[in-house]
Design a protein around this ligand. Structure first.
Ligand code: GTP
Length: 476
């Protein structure tokens, strides 16, 4: 758990340990609730019910005692009085609950004070009903003579406790059910939450392992926060991340990358160039996944180094634009670039000129000195071109021994000067072959609103005018 907290600090409202403790606390609270209900039942409700039932039984015994008092105060002689009492007591013992048919009074006995009753001693001490009556409230009710209102004895009733038992039994059963259900649900919820928390802990630990083991840089940060919450080893090394004063990770490279803006949606990615201090420039493919992590909107940023791919792409791009022998731009590129330059001229109306060169008697050079020597000548001519041109000028190989120059912001006169400069420079080149002379002819044109092909054709026509006039010259 400690390890997980260390990997995923901050952001989470509660740690896993706290969440587990909370589950335990809620479980205990559930048990406490069950305990409270049970205690309330045992200490308050059940005694109250018993008291209620006992007071009802007492009221009933009181009422029955009045029947006995009436008989005792009737003034009958002892034998007759005894018969009357037996009859009354017998009828009381026969009173039954309609629903259960259980008698209200199970046993009834009378003991009289013979100093106050005008009867032979012991003649009216009567007991009726089963001797071992159980489940009863035993109630002793004083008997008064209705004529003198003197206390003349005591009647003891064994009143049935059936109502109370039934009531208590019903309530108790319901209560056990409710508490059983509460306890069961609490236990189930606690077990489930413990199981889920365990799985959450495992999945966080797995996430951490995957995060750490990823061979490419991965960082985790909160949205809107430049410093990082977490980074794997690959990211720390790649971005040169260090902990700041608050324990968060940051570096200049990361802050520059952050300032450029990170992809905002899932699946979005962009390439960026990172310059790590003291290291070479690196190209990285950056993607970001927004996710809610421990209740905080976060972003998982992954970086894939594509420096090698970039280098290969650059090589391919250069190869697709340049001529392998001379290193000059190829014809395809020249066409694309010339089309763009014409668009700029049409928009901004600055001058644009081209020069079409053709080496003179190049077939003869090949034939005399060999094809390899001819190649060397082409390479040297390309070097001469590069030497003689401005940064903005574009030189390319238009055909076999034909070369094309694009001269933006140059009038035909300036282009002519450039062509002459090249022609002269080539004439002064020293060649490692006995008797070799290399000259060129050139046609110069300034753009005048025609089509691209017509523009080149106009330079071509001028070139062939020079060829026809003996070569080694420039025509405008
Ligand atoms: N060595 C070499 N020769 C090439 C290359 N490309 C074209 N050539 C040769 O250049 C020669 C061009 O010959 P031509 O078109 O007759 O022109 P030329 O001999 O220069 O004659 P003019 O243009 O009339 O002065 C051909 O023999 C081609 O084989 C190349 O890349 N290397």
């Amino acid at each position: 758990m400690k390890a997980i907290k260390a990997v995923l600090p901050g952001g989470r409202l509660f740690s896993l340990r706290t969440e587990r403790n909370l589950a335990l606390i809620f479980g205990l609270l559930g048990l406490l609730l069950v305990g409270t209900i049970t205690a309330h039942w045992l200490l308050v409700l059940e005694p109250a019910l018993r008291e209620e039932a006992a007071s009802r039984a007492a009221a009933m015994a009181q009422a029955h005692a009045q029947s006995l008092e009436r008989v005792l105060g009737s003034g009958l002689p002892a034998p007759q009085l005894e018969r009357e009492l037996r009859t009354t007591m017998g009828s009381l013992l026969l009173l039954k609950d309609e629903a259960t048919q259980k008698p209200f009074v199970r046993r009834l006995s009378i003991s009289l004070d013979y100093d106050l009753v005008d009867m032979p001693r012991g003649s009216l001490d009567l007991s009726m009903g089963p001797a071992n009556a159980s489940g009863c409230f035993v109630l002793r009710v004083p008997l008064y003579d209705p004529r003198t209102h003197l206390l003349i004895g005591v009647a003891t009733f064994h009143s049935n406790a059936f109502f109370m038992e039934r009531l208590v039994g019903d309530l108790r059963t319901k209560l056990w059910w409710i508490m059983g259900i509460i306890a069961g649900l609490t236990g189930f919820a606690w077990l489930e939450s413990s199981r889920l928390l365990k799985r959450l802990g495992e999945s966080e630990a797995n996430l951490r392992r995957v995060f750490e083991a990823a061979p490419f840089p991965m960082v985790l940060g909160e949205q809107g926060m430049p410093s990082l919450r977490q980074a794997n080893e690959a990211a720390k090394a790649y971005l040169g991340l260090r902990e700041d004063a608050t324990g968060r990770l940051t570096s200049d490279v990361w802050l520059r990358l952050y300032a450029q803006g990170l992809p905002k949606t899932l699946g979005a990615q962009h390439e960026t160039c990172l310059s790590v201090e003291g290291g070479p420039e690196r190209w990285a493919l950056v993607s970001a996944t927004p996710l809610r992590f421990s209740g905080t909107m976060s972003r998982l940023v992954t970086l894939v180094d594509v420096s090698e791919l970039k280098a290969v792409q650059e090589e391919l791009r250069a190869a697709s634009q340049t001529d392998a022998l001379t290193g000059l731009y190829n014809r395809r590129f020249l066409y694309q670039r010339l089309a763009k330059e014409i668009e700029l001229v049409q928009r901004y109306s600055h001058p644009l000129s081209i020069v079409l060169f053709d080496l003179d008697y190049f077939k003869g050079i090949n034939d005399t000195f060999g094809h390899r020597a001819g190649d060397e000548v082409l390479v040297r001519v390309a070097e001469v071109l590069r030497r003689c041109l401005r940064e903005v000028d574009i030189a390319g190989r238009y055909g076999g021994e034909e070369l094309l120059l694009l001269l933006p912001h140059s009038s035909v006169g300036q282009a002519r000067e450039a062509a002459e400069r090249i022609r002269i420079a080539l004439k002064h080149e020293e060649w490692p072959y006995q008797g070799m002379e290399v000259t060129l002819s050139a046609g110069v044109s300034q753009y005048a609103g025609e089509t691209l092909d017509a523009f080149i054709d106009s330079a071509d026509r001028k070139l062939y005018r020079i060829k026809a006039n003996g070569r080694d010259g420039v025509a405008c």
